[in-house]
Design a protein around this ligand. Structure first.
Ligand code: SF4
Length: 121
């Protein structure tokens, strides 16, 4: 295997070259040790932070922006989206509020990144 990837562990954005096989990856182009960790992770089990929106019952603001509480394996994103698409918010919330817990029993929560306000009564 021979692959070029950009390290996104810091703003410098080193261009990493990854070669070799799973147990014996050779990574070059990194300016620091974090690049080795990033390159291995990206090749062996890429992680992504999922940000999206969920439905609401609000008459005006029908979608609420949300994110997961941590990065998850890239290949599991479709499964997370299936669960997230079932969520419908019907209460006031502010950024940081937990909207759903332990998605897919992975101890990953769904966090609001926007606010929504329902009049009382
Ligand atoms: S290898 Fe190190 S210096 Fe280069 S982008 Fe990654 S974290 Fe930044």
């Amino acid at each position: 295997m021979h692959k070029n990837i950009t390290c996104i562990a810091c703003p410098r954005g080193c261009l990493l070259t990854v070669s070799g096989e799973a147990e014996d990856l050779i990574i070059s182009g990194n300016e620091c040790r974090k690049g080795i960790e990033y390159g291995r992770q990206e090749i062996l089990e890429p992680l992504r932070m999922l940000t999206t929106t969920v439905r609401t019952t609000h008459p005006v603001y029908t979608r609420l922006p949300v994110r997961l509480s941590r990065e998850v394996p890239l290949e599991q994103i479709p499964e997370f989206m299936k669960v997230i698409n079932q969520v419908c918010v019907s209460r006031t919330c502010i950024p940081g509020d937990v909207m759903a817990v332990n998605l897919l029993e992975s101890e990953v929560d769904l966090i609001a990144t926007g606010e929504l306000y329902y009049e009382k009564g």
